[in-house]
Design a binder for this molecule. Structure first.
Ligand SMILES: Cc1ncc(C[n+]2csc(CCOP(=O)(O)OP(=O)(O)O)c2C)c(N)n1
Length: 983
C-alpha cells in the first residue's frame, strides 16, 4: 500500500470512521472485516506493535470497542479498571463527545504511526557522516504532514500513552523527541529484529535517555585522553617515519575510546577474556593503546628489527599484521585480551577468532558464554565485500559453533583503498549483511566521541544480555591515503578536500570540552604535549630495545616444544593395548538400550564386533573410531566438524545414531567411560572457508584436543584456500603459532567425473617446506589410526592434511589386523608386503601413494607378475627420504617408476620427481631417475566418462607394471584424447 493511499485514507472524510474501525481492530482483529485486517496489516508492517503502544490499561480491554469509552487525557491510574478488565469510561465524565474522542483517537493513531516510522527509518536522516558528503534526504514517512497533521496541529496535545516516556505531548514535542532519539548522531536499525524482547530492550534503552549518556566530567576527560593518545601516536609515527606504511587510524581515532568502553563495561558484566580480530588499519594504535604493547617495541620494529628474539626462527611478519595478548584491569576485574595475528586477506581472521573463543569457552566451562567473547573490527569495504563475514554470521547461532554473540565494529571510513561505496556495495549500508541474523546495527558519527562511546556501552550490554551478534558502524573518514605513501586526491579529490579542511576529532572534542568549561585549552594542549614527550622517551629507548622471550609456547601450550631435528627420524609410539581397543569396540558395536537402531547400521555394528573379536579385517571407519575412542579414554577431547560428518558423507562413520522412531540421537563414543573426554562431532553448515577457519582457530587455543575438519569432498577445500595458505601452512613461521589441526580430504579416481576424483594434493605439497605441515595419503586403516593418535602424542603440533579415501572405506584389501594397532606407530613408507623373486632379481619398483596401490596390487596378482615390487609412500611430507632410500637399496637392479592416477601436472609427480632423483643419485642407483606412469598433463582432473576412466585406469596400471622404461609416456607431452587411451 503506497504512501498516498495511506495519507488520503487518513486525511479524508473517512478519518473518524477509520479511527473507529482501527480501534476495534486493535482490540480484536477478528471483530472487523477481513479487508480491514489486511489494510491495517499493510499500513505499517508493525500494526501489532502499534496496537501494543495503544493498548494500555487506559485504552481498552480485549473485546470492547474503545470508542466512547476511553479518555485520552485521563491519568492511567484513574483509567485502569480495578480488576484490570474493563476500563472505566472517563470520556463521558470528562464531557467529551463521541466525535471528540474519535478525533483524539485518530491523532494518537497518526502520532504513533509516525513514531514508529522514526524507529524504522530515523537512521536514514541521522547525522552520521562527519564530512557531510552524504546528505541524507528527508524521508516522507518521517514528515508529520504525511500522517494528516498540519502545521496548525503542532501545539496540539496528543495522547501517546507513555510511548517515548511521555503520557501525552504536543506534536511539536513528539517530533523533537523522535528526531533527537533517532536522527541525531546515532542511527539505529533494529526494527528488523523478530525477537520482541530484543527489540523492546533496544527501544527502552535508547528511548529512555533519548539515546544519550550524560557523561561525567571525568568520563569526558577520559575520552579526550584516549583520543589524544590515539592521535598523538599516529602523528609521532608520521614525523619519525614519514611515508612508512603503517595504515594509520587518523580519522577513526574514536574507535579507541569505544573499545576501551567495551572492555570496561564488559568487565562489569562478566567478561574475562576478549579475543580481537582486525585488519591492518589502526592496528598499531590498538596494539599500544589497548593491548599495551610497549611503544619501544613498535619503534624498534620500525627501525627494522625483528619482533622476536634473535634465536627465534621463522619468517616473521610486517608489524601491522602481528598479534599480541595482555591482561588489563578495570576496577579490580582482570580482562585477558588477545589480538589474533592477521594476514593481508581481509576478514580471514574472523572465523579463526571465533574458533578460539569457542575453545576457550569450553576450557573455562563458560556454558552461558558470557565470560569469553569475540570482538571483530572491520573496514567498511571488506565487511560488505568479503563473503566470509556472512559465513561467520551464519555460524553465530549454530550449536556447534556459537560463541554467545560477537561485537562487530566497522571503522567505516567511507572508502576502500580507492573505491567509493557506490562501487563497492549494492546495499544502503556496508553493514546490511548483518541483517541476515537480525543483528541490531548502530550507525554512529565518529566525530561525536560521546555518542560512539555511549553506543559501545549499549552494544556490550546487548551482547551480554542476549548472547547474539551486534554491530557498531562508526562512520568516519580516512585522513591520508590507503597507506601513508598513497595519494588519495587522484581518485577522491572532493572528499579529500573536505578532509583537508576538517579539524581532527580530538581537536573538535577538546574544543567542545573547553566550550563546556570542563577543561582549558591550555590543559588540552598540555595533554597532547605530555604524551608526545612520553613517546619521545620511548623512542630514545627503542634503539636498545630487545624483545622478550617469544610468547609462543605459553599458557595452554606449556610443555610443548618446537620440533627439534628432522621429523623423519622420530619414532612416535602410538600403539594401544588390545583390551582398550576392545572396550572402544564394545561401545561401537553395542546398540543403546531402548533405542530403535537402524537395521542396516545394526548389521554394521555386528560386523565391528566381529572385527574386534577375531582381530582381523578392521576397516577404515572402525580404525578411525578406535583412534578417537582410545584418545577419549586417555582424556583427549576430540572435535570433528564438517559437512555431514556425523553420518559420514559415504555412510561409513555413523558416529551419531538416530533412533528410527523418535529421532533421538546417541553418540557411542560419548559413552565409553564416565571419566572420558568429550567427543564432539558436528554437521557443519555448507561452508568451507569459515568452518575450516573456525576449526583452525579452535586448534590454536586448544592444543591438547584432536581437532579435525572434514571436507565433504577434498576438492571443495579450495573454497577455503586462504586458510591453508595464510594460516595452516605458514602461521608457525610468520607468527610462531602452531596448530595440530587435521584436515580430512576425501577423494578417489573412481570414474565419477572431474570433481571428487582429485583432492588436489599438489596444492598442499607446493606449500610444504621447513617441516611446516604433514601431507599423507594412507592406504591402511591401522596407519590412519596411528597418524591420528600421533597428532596429540607428540610434544609439538603440526597440521595434518589427509588425502582421505572413498572406495578404500569398503575395499576388501584395505583392512588391518588388530596387531597393527597394538604395536608400533605410524609408518611413513609401506614396503612390499609379498614374497616375490629375490630382491636382486626385482626388475622394477613401482612407487605410489594412496588407492592406486590396490589397483596395482590386484593387476599384479591377476597377471602373476613376481618381479615388480610395489612401495607405498604413506607420508608425502615431510618427505621420508631416508626410509625410502633404505627400501630402494634392497633392489639394486630394478628401475623405478612413479605411478599416480592424477594427470601429470597434478597429484604428486612434480613433487616427487626431483626428490626421487636426488636419493637415487645418492644411492648410485642405476636408472638415476624415476619414470612416469599415469595420465598425461590435463586441464581437467578426470574424464566425465566412466568407460573412459576405466580404460585410462587400466592403461596406467599396465604402464606401471609392464611397459618398458623407454616406451613409458612423457608426462608433459601434449596428448589428444585418443593418444591417452590408445598408446
Ligand atoms: C581479500 C583481500 N582483497 C584485497 C585486499 C587489498 N586491500 C587491502 S585494504 C583494501 C581496502 C579495504 O577497505 P576497507 O575494508 O574499507 O578498510 P580501510 O582500508 O578503508 O580501513 C583492499 C582492497 C586485501 N587486503 N584482502
Amino acid at each position: 500500500m503506497g504512501d498516498d493511499v495511506e495519507t488520503s485514507f487518513l486525511t479524508g472524510a473517512n478519518a473518524v470512521y477509520i479511527a473507529e474501525v482501527y480501534s476495534r481492530y486493535l482490540a480484536d482483529p477478528s471483530s472487523v472485516d477481513p479487508s480491514w485486517v489486511a489494510f491495517f496489516g499493510e499500513l505499517r508492517d508493525g500494526a501489532e506493535e502499534l496496537s501494543g503502544d495503544l493498548k494500555g490499561p487506559s485504552w481498552t480491554s480485549r473485546g470492547n470497542a474503545v470508542i466512547g469509552t476511553a479518555d485520552p487525557d485521563a491519568a492511567p491510574a484513574a483509567k485502569a479498571g480495578k480488576n484490570g478488565k474493563a476500563a472505566v469510561a472517563p470520556a463521558a465524565a470528562a464531557g467529551l463527545s463521541t466525535a471528540e474522542v474519535r478525533a483524539h483517537t485518530l491523532d494518537s493513531v497518526r502520532a504513533l504511526m509516525m513514531i514508529r516510522a522514526y524507529r524504522v527509518r530515523g537512521h536514514l536522516v541521522a547525522d552520521l557522516d562527519p564530512l557531510g558528503l552524504n546528505k541524507n534526504n528527508e524521508h516522507p514517512e518521517l514528515d508529520y504532514h504525511s500522517y494528516g497533521f498540519t502545521d496548525a496541529d503542532l501545539e496540539r496535545e496528543i495522547f501517546i500513552d507513555n510511548v517515548l516516556g511521555m503520557e501525552s505531548a504536543t506534536l511539536r514535542k513528539i517530533v523533537e523527541v523522535v528526531r533527537e532519539t533517532y536522527c541525531g548522531t546515532i542511527g539505529v536499525e533494529f526494527m528488523h529484529i523478530q525477537d520482541p524482547e530484543q527489540k523492546s530492550w533496544i527501544q527502552r534503552r535508547i528511548e529512555g535517555e533519548r539515546n544519550h549518556t550524560r557523561f561525567t566530567p571525568e568520563g569526558k576527560r577520559a575520552i579526550l585522553e584516549r583520543l589524544t593518545e590515539a592521535e598523538g601516536f599516529e602523528k609521532f609515527l608520521q614525523v619519525k617515519y614519514t611515508g612508512t606504511k603503517r595504515f594509520g587510524l587518523e580519522g577513526g581515532e574514536t574507535v579507541i575510546p569505544a573499545i576501551e568502553q567495551i572492555l570496561k563495561r564488559g568487565s562489569q558484566l562478566g567478561l574475562t577474556d576478549i579475543n580481537l580480530g582486525m585488519a591492518h588499519r589502526g592496528r598499531l594504535n590498538l596494539l599500544t593503546s589497548l593491548l599495551h604493547k610497549p611503544y619501544q617495541a613498535i619503534f624498534s620494529e620500525f627501525q627494522g628489527n625483528s619482533a622476536n628474539p634473535d634465536d627465534v626462527q621463522g619468517s616473521g611478519d610486517v608489524k601491522y599484521h602481528l598479534g599480541t595478548s595482555a591482561n588489563r584491569e578495570f576496577d579490580g576485574a582482570v580482562v585477558h585480551l588477545s589480538l589474533q595475528a592477521n594476514p593481508s586477506h581481509l576478514e580471514a581472521a574472523d572465523p579463526v577468532v571465533l574458533g578460539k573463543v569457542r575453545a576457550k569457552q569450553t576450557q573455562l566451562g563458560d556454558t552461558d558464554r558470557k565470560a569469553v567473547m569475540a570482538l571483530l573490527i572491520h573496514g567498511d569495504a571488506a565487511f560488505a565485500g568479503q563473503g566470509l563475514v556472512a559465513e561467520c554470521f551464519g555460524l553465530s547461532q549454530l550449536k556447534g559453533y556459537r560463541t554467545g554473540g560477537t561485537i562487530h565494529i566497522v571503522i567505516n571510513n567511507q572508502i576502500g583503498f580507492t573505491t567509493s561505496p557506490q562501487y563497492s556495495r549494492s546495499g544502503q549500508y556496508c553493514t546490511d549483511i548483518a541483517k541476515m541474523v537480525q543483528a541490531p546495527i548502530f550507525h554512529v558519527n565518529g566525530d561525536d566521541p560521546e555518542a560512539v562511546v555511549h553506543t559501545a556501552r549499549i552494544v556490550t550490554e546487548f551482547r551480554q544480555e542476549f548472547g547474539v551478534d551486534v554491530v557498531l558502524d562508526m562512520v568516519c573518514y580516512r585522513r591520508h591515503g590507503h597507506n601513508e605513501s598513497d595519494e588519495p586526491a587522484f581518485t577522491q579529490p572532493l572528499m579529500y578536500d573536505s578532509i583537508a579542511h576538517r579539524q581532527t576529532t580530538r581537536t573538535l572534542y577538546a574544543q567542545k570540552l573547553v566550550s563546556q568549561g570542563l577543561i582549558s585549552q591550555a590543559e588540552a594542549d598540555g595533554l597532547a604535549d605530555a604524551f608526545t614527550a612520553r613517546l619521545e622517551t620511548e623512542f630514545q629507548a627503542a634503539t636498545s630495545y630487545k624483545p622478550n622471550r617469544a610468547d609462543w609456547l605459553a599458557g595452554k601450550w606449556e610443555g610443548l616444544e618446537a620440533l627439534n631435528g628432522e621429523e623423519e627420524f622420530r619414532q612416535d609410539r602410538t600403539e594401544v593395548p588390545a583390551e582398550v581397543l576392545r572396550r572402544v569396540g564394545t561401545a561401537l558395536s553395542t546398540p543403546p538400550e531402548n533405542f530403535d537402531t537402524n537395521r542396516k547400521i545394526l548389521r554394521q555394528m555386528k560386523a565391528k564386533a566381529e572385527m574386534l573379536e577375531t582381530g582381523q579385517g578392521i576397516d577404515w571407519a572402525t580404525a578411525e573410531a578406535l583412534a578417537f575412542g582410545s584418545l577419549l579414554l586417555e582424556g583427549t577431547r576430540v572435535r570433528l566438524s564438517g559437512q555431514d560428518s556425523g553420518r559420514g558423507t559415504f555412510s561409513h562413520r555413523h558416529s551419531v545414531l538416530i533412533d528410527q522412531t523418535n529421532e533421538n540421537r546417541h553418540i557411542p563414543l560419548d559413552h565409553l567411560d564416565p571419566a572420558q573426554a568429550r567427543f564432539e562431532v558436528i554437521d557443519s553448515p555448507l561452508s568451507e572457508f569459515s568452518v575450516l577457519g573456525f576449526e583452525y582457530g579452535y586448534s590454536l587455543a586448544e592444543p591438547k584436543a584432536l581437532v579435525l575438519w572434514e571436507a565433504q569432498f577434498g576438492d571443495f577445500a579450495n573454497g577455503a584456500q586462504v586458510i591453508f595458505d595464510q594460516f595452516i601452512s605458514s602461521a608457525e613461521s610468520k607468527w610462531l603459532r602452531m596448530s595440530g589441526l587435521v584436515c580430512l580430504l576425501p577423494h578417489g579416481y573412481e570414474g565419477q567425473g572431474p570433481e571428487h576424483s582429485s583432492a588436489r594434493p599438489e596444492r598442499y605439497l607446493q606449500l610444504c617446506a621447513e617441516d611446516n605441515m604433514q601431507v599423507v595419503n594412507i592406504t591402511s586403516p591401522a596407519n590412519y589410526f596411528h597418524a591420528l593418535r600421533r597428532q596429540v602424542h607428540r610434544n609439538f603440533r603440526k597440521p595434518l592434511i589427509v588425502m582421505a579415501p572413498k572406495s578404500l572405506l569398503r575395499h576388501k584389501l584395505a583392512v588391518s589386523p588388530l596387531s597393527d594397532f597394538t604395536d608400533h606407530g605410524f609408518r611413513r613408507v609401506l614396503p612390499e608386503t609379498k614374497t616375490l623373486v629375490e630382491d636382486d632379481k626385482i626388475t622394477r619398483v613401482v612407487l605410489c601413494s594412496g588407492k592406486v596401490y590396490y589397483d596395482l596390487y590386484q593387476a599384479r596378482e591377476d597377471q602373476g607378475i613376481d618381479d615388480v615390487a610395489i612401495v607405498r609412500i604413506e607420508q608425502l611430507y615431510p618427505w621420508p627420504k631416508d626410509t625410502l632410500m633404505k627400501v630402494l637399496k634392497r633392489y639394486p637392479n630394478a628401475d623405478v617408476v612413479w605411478c599416480q592416477e592424477e594427470p601429470a601436472n597434478m597429484g604428486y609427480w612434480t613433487f616427487v620427481d626431483r626428490r626421487i632423483e636426488f636419493f637415487l643419485q645418492e644411492l648410485e642407483h642405476r636408472p638415476g631417475r624415476a619414470s612416469y606412469a599415469g595420465r598425461p598433463a590435463a586441464a581437467s582432473p578426470a574424464t566425465g566418462s566412466n568407460r573412459g576412466h576405466g580404460r585410462e585406469q587400466a592403461l596406467l596400471v599396465e604402464q606401471a607394471l609392464t611397459w618398458k622404461r623407454d616406451v613409458l609416456p612423457q608426462p608433459f607431452r601434449r596428448a589428444t584424447k585418443l593418444s591417452i587411451i590408445g598408446q
